[in-house]
Design a protein around this ligand. Structure first.
Ligand code: ARG
Length: 479
C-alpha cells in the first residue's frame, strides 16, 4: 500500500521503520502555516504569469482556506506515509480541488519550498523573541528604577571589589539583552530572503517572477526592495541563517545563565540579597525548610541544551556537498526546541524579575524582593572602599603606587582587628599617612562616597545610572 508522490518508479514499499526514520511530518507540521502562505504566494504568481489559470488559482485558494480550518480545528489528518508537511498539504489540496491542486507544484520543488517555509516561520519567531527580549529589559529596568541608591558589593573573581548600585548591576544585563535583540534583528535580514524559484537546485524552465513572490511574502529590505536568493544551488542548500539564529539564541541563553547564576547565589542564605516569588521555587521532599531556586537553575541547565543545538546545526552543515541533501531535514528539531526554550525562558524571567504589570497603574509588581540591608552590610565588609582611600591619598599628592601600598597596610591592620576601614579611628589611619584627615570618612570611606565618585560615563554614580535608565526607557518606548 503506497501513497508517496513518486510511486511509479518504485518496486517495493518502505518498511514501517524506514518510513518513520525518513518522515518528518510529526515535527514539521509546525511549518503548516508558513507552507500554506508560501504556496499561496507561489500560486498567485503562477496565475499572474499565465502559467496556471485564474480558475486554478481560485480553486487552490479555496482549498487552502479549508485546509487551514482543518488544521486549526485539529481535524486535518496527518499521514506518516506522506512523509512531510509539504506532501501532506499538497495531497489534501488535490483531494479537495482536483487537478488545480496538482498544478500548484509547477516550477517548484520541496527543496526551495522547505527552505522558504523555515525562513518564513523563523522570521515570525525572531520577531516574537525580539519583543520578549524587550519585555525582559523593561522588567529589569523597573527593578533598577527602584534601586538606584541600593548598594551591593561588586565582585571580581567573586571577591568583594568595589561598591556598586544594584540598578547599575541590573542595567548590565539590560545592555546584554539589548545586544541580543540587535543581533536577532541582524540575523533577520539574512533569514528574510526568498529561496522559492530555485526549484530543485538549478532554477526552473517556467517564467517565474521571483521578486513578486518575495514582495507578497514580505521578504523585502528596509527600502522595500525584494530580497531574493541569487543563486539557486545556494538557496536550496545552505542553512547558515539557521546556524546564525542558533548562535544568537545561544548568546541569549548565555546571558540568561549568567543572570541565573547570580540569582541563585543571591538567594542563598549566605548572601540573602534577594528573594524570588514562591511561584518560581520548589520545596524539598525531605528538608522542610527548603525553598529552592529551580527556575534559574533550570534556565542555567537549558543553556547547555541550546548551545548543543548550535553545535548540532553546525555539524549538520559542514560535510554537505551542493546542493540539497536530506541531512537538512535534521535542522528542524534543534531549531524548534531552541525557539521553544528561549521563548519560555524569556517569558518566565520577565515575570520572575519584574513581576506582572498592574492592570490599573501598569507598574510591575510581584518580581524579585530586594533585601537592601543585606546588600549594604555585605558591601560594608570586605574593604570595598579601599580603592577610594588610595584615590583620596593620590588627591593629596601621593603617587598611586605608594597610596596602594599604604592602604594595603591599613587593610591588613583592620583585618587583624576584625573591623572595616571606616571603623578605624582617625589616629590609627593617620599613622599610615599623616595626610589623612577627618574628612576621609565622608569623602572616601562611605559607600555613598564611593558610588558618587564614579561619575564618568558608564560608571555607577547614581547620576550616571539615572541617565542610563532614561536612555533605555526612551529606546524601548521608541519601539
Ligand atoms: N522534509 C524535507 C526537509 O525537511 C523536505 C525537502 C525534501 N526534499 C527532498 N528532495 N527529499 O528537508
Amino acid at each position: 500500500k503506497k501513497s508517496q508522490a513518486w510511486s511509479a518508479l518504485f518496486s517495493e514499499p518502505m518498511s514501517e521503520l524506514v518510513q518513520r526514520y525518513t518522515a518528518s511530518v510529526f515535527f514539521d507540521k509546525r511549518l503548516a502555516e508558513a507552507d500554506i502562505t508560501g504556496s499561496l504566494a507561489h500560486a498567485g504568481m503562477l496565475a499572474a504569469q499565465g502559467i496556471i489559470s485564474a480558475a486554478d488559482l481560485a480553486a487552490i485558494q479555496q482549498g487552502m482556506a479549508q485546509i487551514r480550518r482543518e488544521i486549526e480545528t485539529g481535524q486535518f489528518e496527518w499521514k506518516l506515509a506522506l512523509e512531510d508537511v509539504h506532501l501532506n498539504i499538497e495531497a489534501r489540496l488535490t483531494q479537495l480541488v482536483g487537478d488545480a491542486g496538482k498544478r500548484l507544484h509547477t516550477g517548484r520543488s520541496r527543496n526551495d519550498q522547505v527552505a522558504t517555509d523555515i525562513r518564513l516561520w523563523l522570521r515570525g519567531e525572531i520577531d516574537l523573541i525580539s519583543r520578549l527580549l524587550r519585555d525582559l529589559q523593561a522588567a529589569l529596568i523597573s527593578v533598577a528604577e527602584r534601586n538606584v541608591n541600593t548598594i551591593l558589593p561588586g565582585f571580581t573573581h567573586l571577591q568583594v571589589a568595589q561598591p556598586v548600585s544594584f540598578a547599575h548591576h541590573l542595567l548590565a544585563y539590560v545592555e546584554m539583552f539589548a545586544r541580543d535583540e540587535a543581533r536577532m534583528q541582524d540575523v533577520r535580514k539574512r533569514v528574510n530572503q526568498l529561496p522559492l524559484g530555485s526549484a530543485a537546485l538549478a532554477g526552473t524552465t517556467y517564467p517565474l517572477d521571483r521578486e513578486s513572490v518575495a514582495r507578497a511574502l514580505g521578504m523585502v529590505d528596509e527600502q522595500g526592495r525584494p530580497c531574493v536568493c541569487q543563486n539557486s544551488l545556494d538557496a536550496v542548500s545552505d542553512r547558515d541563517f539557521a546556524i546564525e539564529f542558533a548562535a544568537a539564541a545561544s548568546l541569549v541563553m548565555v546571558h540568561i545563565s549568567r543572570l541565573s547564576e547570580e540569582l541563585v547565589l543571591w538567594m542563598s542564605q549566605n548572601f540573602a540579597f534577594i528573594r524570588i516569588a514562591d511561584r518560581f521555587t520548589t520545596g524539598s521532599s525531605i528538608m522542610p525548610q527548603k525553598k529552592n531556586p529551580d527556575v534559574p537553575e533550570l534556565a542555567r541547565g537549558k543553556t547547555g541544551r541550546v548551545a548543543g543545538h548550535l553545535m548540532g546545526l553546525i555539524t549538520l552543515m559542514k560535510g554537505q556537498p551542493l546542493a540539497y541533501n536530506k541531512d537538512n531535514q535534521e535542522d528542524k528539531e534543534p531549531l524548534f526546541d531552541t525557539v521553544d526554550t528561549v521563548r519560555d525562558t524569556l517569558r518566565i524571567f520577565t515575570d520572575m524579575i519584574g513581576g506582572q504589570p498592574n492592570a490599573q497603574t501598569g507598574a510591575r509588581e510581584g518580581g524579585i524582593t530586594v533585601q537592601a540591608a543585606a546588600m549594604r552590610q555585605a558591601a560594608s565588609r570586605g574593604y570595598a572602599t579601599a580603592t577610594d582611600l588610595a584615590d583620596y591619598l593620590v588627591k593629596k599628592g601621593l603617587p598611586f603606587r605608594d597610596a596602594h601600598e599604604t592602604v594595603a597596610r591599613a587593610v591588613k591592620a583592620a583585618q587583624q582587628q576584625g573591623v572595616d576601614l571606616a571603623e578605624l579611628p582617625l589616629e590609627t589611619l593617620q599613622a599610615f599617612d599623616p595626610r589623612i584627615e577627618a574628612d576621609v570618612y565622608d569623602k572616601a570611606l562611605t559607600l555613598e562616597a564611593a558610588l558618587n565618585a564614579r561619575n564618568t560615563l558608564g560608571g555607577t554614580a547614581p547620576a550616571q545610572v539615572q541617565a542610563q535608565i532614561a536612555r533605555h526607557k526612551a529606546r524601548l518606548s521608541a519601539g
